[in-house]
Design a protein around this ligand. Structure first.
Ligand code: SD4
Length: 295
């Protein structure tokens, strides 16, 4: 059985993203190009209201984006609080390639994107604007669990050479404060990989993932011999226990996906409803449901 290549992505919109990334990997494109094109499908889709173009705005009605990317050499690039650029993941890759840094934020990230030839555009669609206006009527901040089943997209790939890479891109929590940055652009929180071990990525309430260095911890447990399933489960349980008496508990959802060097993969979340897309040579592209701590 041939386990490589294999691509896994969070949520149902991961299917279309996998499809594109798979094509790229199969035509011998570099893994990071596959990641950028793959998650770029979700970024450009106005019906995915949690990523890129058409993403739900912050409480001021501004769409602000977070993304990061990481390769098998542990090189990484990230942008946070970026506005007006449809493909933050592509900007994150340019940060990796063309700067001495790992993270660029806000105005500086935009300035860099423009210098790299990206075009500034309005990312707030009428549909998202309507939902924001509805929200303004009460202006209550309450994260929504499993937002319409399409959420942050995180993608992990094991290529034919056996190298790991990953990317993560999001418009973050809807109705967040202006300037809020989540876990998704933070290496170690929203995404982490070690090419000797495995890769992990998160979706859900970013604050909880940052508090616990989520993805880095999942990878560390795999280093200690845990399977992807055991590693995701243990960190989800840790997050759950840490938040038992926390004000966020009422609506807390966090999910992880993970893959190891053998191509074994898993997903695990606090609440039911989380799923992820898997593409491999044996079974093709399909959804897998994740187990959960709560029932
Ligand atoms: C964030 N983790 O900004 C992102 C949002 C998300 O599933 O993943 N939702 O907190």
């Amino acid at each position: 059985t041939q386990k490589k290549p294999i691509i896994i992505s969070t949520w149902r919109h991961g299917l279309a993203a996998n499809e594109e990334a798979w094509k790229q990997l199969k035509s011998k494109k570099p893994a990071l190009d596959a990641i950028v094109s793959g998650v770029g499908i979700s970024e450009a889709d106005p019906n995915v209201q949690s990523v890129g173009y058409g993403g739900l705005p912050d409480r001021e009605g501004k769409v602000t984006l977070d993304a990061c990317i990481m390769d098998h050499n542990s090189d990484c690039g990230s942008v946070s609080f970026l506005q007006g650029i449809k493909h933050p993941i592509a900007v994150a890759k340019k940060v990796l390639e063309n700067t001495p840094h790992v993270m660029l934020s806000g105005k500086g990230a935009l300035q860099f994107a423009l210098s790299e030839g990206f075009k500034e555009e309005n990312l707030l669609t009428e549909k998202s604007k309507e939902r924001w206006k509805k929200w303004l009527e009460n202006s209550k901040y309450k994260p929504v669990i499993n937002i319409e089943n399409h959420d942050t997209i995180s993608m992990l790939a094991l290529d034919e050479a056996g190298n790991l890479s990953g990317g993560c891109t999001t418009s973050g929590a809807a109705w967040k404060m202006h300037g809020r940055v989540g876990d998704s652009p933070i290496i170690g929180a929203g995404l982490f990989l070690d090419n000797d071990v495995g890769a992990a990525a998160a979706t859900g309430l970013g604050e909880a993932v940052i508090r616990t260095s989520g993805s880095a911890m999942v990878v560390e447990l795999m280093r200690q011999g845990k399977t992807p399933f055991e590693a995701c489960k243990e960190i989800v349980e840790r997050i759950y226990n840490k938040h038992k008496n926390h004000k966020d508990m009422e609506y807390l959802q966090v999910g992880f996906i993970a893959i190891n060097k053998q191509g074994e993969h898993a997903g695990y979340s606090i609440r039911p409803g989380f799923n992820y897309a898997v593409y491999d040579t044996i079974e093709g592209n399909r959804m897998e449901s994740a187990a959960s701590k709560m029932v």
